[in-house]
Design a protein around this ligand. Structure first.
Ligand code: ASP
Ligand code: MG
Length: 404
């Protein structure tokens, strides 16, 4: 059986007329002799509305009920898609997570798919039907409804491709594919034709919101090629695949940025073993994620400065924890909210010397000051002032010839 998994995002099924368009896309695959499994998200805005209602009812809305509530939007979208296919003379029906069932493990609101029962869906496919499956939801071993985290229908699609050994897994969305950078920040973006799982994971964790980061991890672990394309334009999108399949000689694949960062600097911290641990222990206990860290080498061997970043929403709490921490001594605490993190990403940098220098020189030429730096094998991130973000992106986009 030649199976394809087609996943439709919220905007693609956002209105009745769009759902009719989606039905036509599905039929085009049926005509190409594919057996199609459809995974749908909720109509755009629906999940947010449900989340809002839960908050109105209670600020401590219990997570098992939250999952029942927020997964409801998918049910509507799936029955409408099935209805649209039926109307055009095609055999189709909706399937809720619990009816299949899709078994998940882990906590409510952030579960992961463990198993998908295939029997009934396979039988239906063989009979010429098209199953329309709710993304985002499953059930746990107690038969309670679970969800996979916001944006989780991407993970549903990838796990269906895995369990059904699909030939293709296509994520239909409202953008043309994965772009070299955020088009809202830089106009001359280009569509990336192929990108490795690792690069895509960095891109999406660092701000590119095309796919849920967890789902890319699932695709990577299961070696599933993912096509990301627009449901509005009939053209090739981006293929997310293993590094080995990528045949380009680009050093940098993309640039991403986040703007919800805040920087804290502790000035005049005693320079002795265990200080950094004492600073970060209360933060980790309070689930505050520390991102970039730099410690200056102290000139006199007695005192040092330590700078790190957290998400802006954690700034207030972090500030309080530092001030109340009696295990550490420092002279001054400086806070800066006007920062953003900019990253260049590419597996090409592993084998190309001098990328760091080129990035820093290009920014220096434009008089953009770098506040903090962090690197990994395939990315270099810098913290810069927010006012320089657009200029920095265009500078680096040109420097690494991403528009070619
Ligand atoms: N409808 C869910 C959400 O908005 C899942 C998804 O769209 O992937 O998070
Ligand atoms: Mg999504």
């Amino acid at each position: 059986m030649k199976i394809v998994v087609l996943k439709f995002g919220g905007t693609s099924v956002g209105t009745v007329s769009r759902i009719k368009k989606v039905a036509k896309i599905i039929i085009s695959y049926i005509k190409k002799k594919y057996k199609v499994i459809v995974v749908s998200s909720a109509m755009s805005g629906e999940t947010n509305k449900l989340v809002k209602k839960s908050k109105e009812v209670s600020t401590k809305f219990i997570s098992s009920e939250y999952d029942v509530l927020v997964s409801a939007g998918e049910q509507i979208a799936c029955s409408l898609i099935a209805g649209a296919l039926n109307d055009l003379g095609y055999k189709a029906r909706s399937w809720m997570g619990w009816q299949i069932p899709i078994i998940t493990q882990g906590d409510h609101t952030s579960s992961r798919i463990e198993e998908i029962y295939k029997k009934n869906i396979l039988k239906y496919l063989k009979s010429g039907g098209t199953p329309i499956v709710t993304g985002f939801q499953g059930i746990n071993f107690n038969k309670r409804v679970t969800t996979l985290g916001r944006g989780g229908s991407d993970a549903s699609a990838i796990m269906f491709a895995k369990f059904f050994n699909a030939k293709r897994c296509i994520i239909y969305t409202d953008v043309k594919g994965v772009m070299t950078t955020d088009p809202r920040l830089f106009k001359k973006v280009r569509k990336i034709k192929t990108i490795s799982y690792e690069e895509m994971l960095e891109m999406s964790s660092l701000g590119a919101k095309v796919m849920q980061p967890h789902s890319i991890q699932d695709a990577r672990l299961n070696r599933i090629d993912v096509d990301v394309m627009s449901s509005f334009k009939n053209e090739n999108g981006t293929i997310i695949t293993k590094r080995r399949n990528i045949k380009n000689n680009k050093i940098i694949t993309g640039i991403s940025s986040t703007s919800n960062d805040a920087k804290l600097s502790l000035i005049g911290v005693k320079d002795k073993p265990g200080v950094a641990a004492s600073i970060f222990k209360p933060l980790s206990k309070n689930s505050i994620n520390v991102d970039m860290v730099v410690q200056n080498i102290s000139a006199n061997g007695k005192e040092t400065d330590l700078t790190f970043t957290v998400k802006s929403e954690d700034l207030y709490k972090t500030n309080k924890l530092l001030k109340n921490n009696t295990n550490i001594k420092f002279r001054k605490l400086i806070i800066d909210k006007n920062v953003c993190k900019l990253s260049i990403i590419g597996v090409g940098m592993i084998t190309t010397p001098g990328v760091t220098y080129r990035m820093f020189q290009a920014l220096a030429d434009k008089k953009i000051n770098i506040i903090v730096i962090s690197t990994s094998e395939i990315k270099i991130s810098v913290l810069i002032n927010k006012k320089n973000l657009k200029k920095a992106i265009s500078t680096l986009h040109n420097e690494f010839k991403l528009n070619k």
